[in-house]
Design a protein around this ligand. Sequence first.
Ligand code: PGA
Length: 263
Amino acid sequence: MAHTDQPLYMFANWKMYLNYDESNIVAHQVATYAREFSNDVTMVVFPSALALYPVGQTLRDVGVSVGAQNIFSIETGGYTGEVSAAMYQAAGCEYALVGHSERRHLFHEDNHAVNQKMLSTLAVGLIPILCVGETADEHRENKAQSAIEVQLRAAFNGVVWPVGRPCFVAYEPVWAVGSGTACDPMVVNQLLGEIARLVGGLLPGITPILLYGGSVRSDNVAEYVQGENCNGVLVGHASADAVSWRGIIEEAVSTKKNFNLNV
Ligand code: PGA
């Protein structure tokens, strides 16, 4: 665990799993227990664009923030179907996922688009969570590190990091996201260390907050948050159910507490 005195970052990406009513129900359920963990956890929920506003209103009172799953990099104009970073920011959103693997691979967003989204997110005052990770082929060919480096260099190209804005990077191997096959925790820890080193070179003076994502569940979260470079997790499928999400948070928090007792 990188900073034992710091909170664990528990980020819930609801993807397209919950409709409007379901999102509000899960938000109310999460609100019933979120405060129990507020000393140990910084929680952010990423609902659908449609549900973000009411979910944000419900969770605000219990110290949980909301984030956008995706933003469009132009602020305003004739872009049918898109929602800009500025629009999210005005609706009470504080965070945004940038470069999620499902955006990169299912919607063909290239590194240039990711860079535009990074710049736009930062410009309106949102906190980006940059997602990077290698494909299954790159994994097989032992090219994870070089793939991540290319993505980091492109995403931070021309970025002047705003003073005081936290810098989040989530390592999410493409083959582990939504697959049920999570990445080896030792490899995750090693690559997170590599990401910290690379970000330190690209953004001098910035220490990134590092997350792992990809098939995290209550029975494997402990292995990730024990890693000295890991500050938390970005969870998809298992976060869209309030009971399952609570189980993951409980495991992560008790792992952290045991760790602190033993150092
Ligand atoms: P998953 O998704 O937990 O469903 O694998 C992770 C993510 O997309 O952030």
